[in-house]
Design a protein around this ligand. Sequence first.
Ligand SMILES: [Zn+2]
Length: 178
Amino acid sequence: MVIILIGTNSPNNTYWPTRPYVFQGGKHQGECLEILMFNNYAFLNWLLNKIESEYRFGREKNELHKHLEWLLKQGENRCVQLFCSSCNSQPAVFASIYGSGRYGYSISSNYLSCSDQNCLEDLRINADNCNVFIKLCFSNILWFSRKNDQKQFVDLLKETFNIPKRITRKSAFDFFIS
Ligand SMILES: [Zn+2]
């Protein structure tokens, strides 16, 4: 009997690492993917795009490819540990940020919202309609062009996900695997 696995149970989607990925050689030798999620997300995003552009369909993906795919996906679905500043009962989903790409943004955990329209509206009025709502996930680090804004947003992610300011390979891995 042949068993065919379809969808999320297919072997291609069941990659689940047991340890953080550390580069064993090359320019990034000794660097850990899980830590780079915080310190250099742009590089990981670039690297996955590069690997995917060179990947031939049907070939076995290497460990780096599989780990990167898994890790970037995990960065989009982490559970926020802080509550909405408006209703105070639902976990926050968005941060309301204020400023401009040119002069920088004011980013703080005092202005978080769940996805309820009333809560979003509250924060919008609070900011004189000059705010931007940004989802609390890692890919949005790239939404900011200024390095300082990216750093502020990473600090906000650490705070909302309740991650210590000083991360280690283990604490970073534990966060993404949970
Ligand atoms: Zn709310």
